[in-house]
Design a protein around this ligand. Sequence first.
Ligand code: GLA
Length: 387
Amino acid sequence: MKAAILAKFAEVFGDNEGTRAYFAPGRVNMIGEHTDYNGGHVFPCALTMGTYGVARKRNDQTLRFYSINFEQLGIIESSLEDLKPYKEANWTNYPKGIIWALGQRGMELPVGLDLLLYGNIPNGSGLSSSASVEVLTGYILRDMFGFDVTNQDLALIGQFSENQFNGVNCGIMDQFAIAMGKEGHGIFLDTADLSFTYAPIKLQDAKIVIASSNKKRGLGDSKYNRRRSECETALADLQKVVDIKSLGELSEEAFEQYKYAIQSDVCRKRAKHAVYENQRTIHAVEALQNNDVKLFGQLMNASHVSLRDDYEVTGIELDTLVEEAWKVEGVIGSRMTGAGFGGCTVSIVKNDVIDTFIDSVGKAYAAKIGYAADFYVVEIGDGPRML
Ligand code: GLA
């Protein structure tokens, strides 16, 4: 891969003298969905799929970006003197957002750069291709310009740029999972204080299979922001009767005791999901530590039901993939993963039924939805690195 992207860089930008090549993973969340902006727990892991980048400093203020995934867009040019998001700038608003966010923290780039990217994460699939580009860009700039930031800072800078530059009010999960990834491990992160532990994901005779619905998300970002504000409304109502800073502080029992304070039925359902999902995530990691993969899978299934019925972020595509998965003997657990409204599902599938799984879920999906899903048997990989 390194040789191929270096050769492409030379083709696009003239030569590849003085370049460096890098990689940052994508991520999949095993459980703990829509809890990260509610002060709850998440349990994502980095993938071996991700984004490759080749970069080189320039000696002027120009920024030139090229993506092998969007060749039809050609080179997209910008300048350090004009760090604003533009619709026509397309995907380059992500790396530009990082340059802007570093500048906001006093780390300004003295010169511009040429940057070529190639991602083997399906775009817009819910495996965080955008967070992967953000963390990769931060990692490259730290290396090239010697900025004094940790990988955890790179995650926070990525989230800040996504919130303030690209207008999506996302939580910290995606950027954190990518910046801190560890081969073979999930990251059990408490988003209330960013404390975390690595938990080995040992699935014995099973693997993680991701199914991409291939439904483009469209209005997803605005619906995401709406869920977030519904949770904030529920929290404000609860704070009139109980002293909490986030929904993540409530046990299921405490939620049942105080839920009367939430005025709207919709906001009550959203808060219920956030509270119960947080507790499920804690139990799921305990189950994994006890080698109880079966219980882990049952909690994944319960997570999907809650996202479908209370949080209402699944839709017919994700529900079909999951409900068909549940029918296959040898599927230990299956749920939507990521923001929802399209994107992917994650399943734990016994090795000897993976082919059957892909075949039967794939056929049922195409018959019902009218187009095909894509399947990926994935491995858990490390965080960002130089190649
Ligand atoms: C998106 C966001 C994350 C998280 C998930 C839902 O991936 O970027 O911060 O909120 O949705 O769990």
